[in-house]
Design a protein around this ligand. Structure first.
Ligand code: GLN
Length: 536
């Protein structure tokens, strides 16, 4: 029997519901429980794939190629697991399924309604995600009181009804604001938020209170009384130095007692390894600075997985990885030296569209010529190939057809037919719709013997990394590139997956996104090696 923990949010958004959910999952997992997680997004997009990173932060790609909410990245990083398309769904997907079924005659004769049809579809998906697990943590996006959240709340209410009492638990994450003028912490917003939940029929069994000040015992008691929650189930969540500290903070707050009591189980988490890694994050021995060249610098959330992956690598090497954020458009204006100057290494991340590309090319040239450690990810690899073709091979108009469809030297081009993960033929053209025409998800590659890529991954085996891109490096130039000193270090079914420069201490480009498989406990090999080389 799967046990379900539903995490809802109150008062306002951005309280860290995702980290709260992942932290509770971590505690359960480190106690030996079989845990999975589900994020429900009440918006109408089918998935966040077509949303601007500025709108919604990063799009996290799962191994099976689903474009999902960035919270899934946190889940994987915390519970050290691989999730799939099943672990995130939106209102858009629910309605798409229900309406398709209606058109196919699946409800023949019936009037289709939110209750029961939409709510049933929601419940089916929650049960499906929990299958074969001891615990499923379900995080509901948005805040209680949102109109679009109602069908999901109703599903949570009904599941409590369908399952035994000890099999569902409701946790509500709220804010206890500090009003400086009064010098007081205020419980009223939490009380109202819990009232709103109960109006819908959901009784929280625990509240997690975000607060910038410690909550005095008396205040916790007051909250427990007014929200009708056990005294030991009011958990304080202050600001942490690192998100990975949150599970430990929760344990100190005594979160295990109400959970164990509620489910009538015994849990003994082993956090030893976790604690050591967190110590390395908070009190590291060494420090390096990496120049992170990108264009969505106003919203760092759009590079979430990558910045987290650098933290994981740093934790394993007892080193703080500081980031020097370099706006690629500023590099276009003032040159690479001015901006990158003191950094120990250069990283060019993935991206779409022409804006900022010339600045990234300058940064890459700077890394290549000055023999600074370089890691190029996705667009960062494509541009490394273009830079090499332009400045070493002398192909001045070398480009990606993403930026110049007419170029005579399409170093980066579009393969319009390829086999996807399931072996189905995919067709894409320059004008294909933007949603769902990319090479997405996990593909295998074999690192070439003796390369830096192979050294990073270890053995002479097949490895899997995740993709999210439309264009590919053009194999027609393979010979010319290799002759001039660029090594094709990884290939996947004829597609170029990785390149490096022979005459350089460490210059690597990868077509895949290694950051998607980096977890706190198991850092990604190529990112770990990049940081290691930078320390050196
Ligand atoms: N814009 C490039 C492509 O579509 C790179 C994408 C990326 O960096 N994720 O191929």
């Amino acid at each position: 029997m799967t046990k379900f923990i539903f995490v809802t949010g109150g008062v306002l958004s951005s309280l860290g519901k995702g980290i709260t959910s992942a932290s509770i999952a971590t505690i359960l997992k480190q106690s030996g429980q079989k845990v999975s997680m589900l994020k429900i997004d009440p918006y109408l997009n089918v998935d966040p794939g077509t949303m601007s990173p500025l709108e919604h932060g990063e799009v996290f790609v799962t191994a099976d190629g689903a474009e999902t909410d960035l919270d899934l990245g946190n889940y994987e990083r915390f519970i050290d697991t691989t999730l799939s398309a099943k672990n995130n769904f939106t209102t858009g997907q629910i309605y798409q399924t229900v309406i398709r079924r209606e058109r196919e005659g699946g409800y023949l004769g019936k009037t289709i309604q939110v209750i029961p049809h939409v709510v049933d579809e929601i419940k089916d998906r929650i049960y499906e995600a929990g299958k074969d697990y001891e615990f499923l943590i379900v995080e509901l996006g948005g805040t209680v009181g949102d109109i679009e959240g109602l069908p999901f709340m109703e599903a949570i209410r009904q599941m409590r009804h369908e399952l035994q009492k000890t099999n569902t638990m409701n946790i509500h994450v709220t804010l206890v604001p500090y009003i400086a003028a009064a010098g007081e912490l205020k419980t009223k917003p939490t009380q109202h938020s819990v009232q709103e939940l109960r109006r819908i029929g959901i009784t929280p069994h625990m509240i997690v209170c975000r607060s910038e000040k410690p909550l005095p015992k008396e205040l916790k008691k007051k909250l427990a009384m007014s929200c009708d929650i056990d005294n030991n189930a009011v958990i304080e969540a202050g600001d942490a130095q690192s998100i990975y500290q949150v599970p430990m903070n929760f344990l100190k707050e005594g979160i295990l007692t109400p959970i164990c009591e509620h489910f009538n189980i015994n849990l003994k988490p082993n956090m030893e390894k976790w604690e050591t890694l967190v110590k390395h994050i908070i009190l590291p021995q060494d420090e390096i600075t990496i120049a992170f060249v990108g264009k969505y610098l106003d919203l760092k959330e759009s590079y979430k997985s990558l910045t987290e992956a650098l933290i994981h690598a740093g934790a394993h090497l007892n080193t703080k990885v500081k980031i020097n954020w370099c706006d690629s458009e500023r590099i276009e204006d003032v040159g690479a030296y001015e901006i990158i100057n003191n950094s120990d290494a250069i990283l060019v991340a993935g991206g779409f569209g022409h804006r900022g590309v010339e600045g990234k090319l300058k940064a890459i040239e700077y890394a290549r010529i000055n023999k600074i450690p370089y890691l190029g990810i996705c667009l960062g690899m494509q541009l490394a190939v273009i830079e090499f073709a332009r400045n070493v091979l002398g192909l001045e108009d070398a480009n990606s057809i993403e930026f110049d469809p007419e170029t005579k030297n399409p170093l980066i081009y579009l393969i319009d037919e390829f086999l996807d993960q399931s072996g189905n033929k995919q067709v894409r053209t320059h004008s294909s719709p933007m949603g769902g025409t990319m090479r997405l998800g996990e593909y295998p590659f074999n690192p070439k013997k003796g390369t830096k890529l192979q050294k990073a991954y270890g053995n002479d085996e097949t490895y899997y990394e995740r993709h999210r891109h439309r264009y590919e490096a053009n194999p027609a130039y393979k010979e010319a590139l290799e002759k001039a000193g660029m090594i094709i270090s990884g290939e996947s079914d004829g597609l170029i997956e990785a390149v490096e420069i022979a005459d350089h201490p460490w210059f690597v480009g990868v077509q895949f996104h290694p950051e998607f498989t980096s977890h706190l406990e198991t850092p990604n090999p190529i990112i770990l090696e990049f940081v290691k080389q930078t320390i050196k």
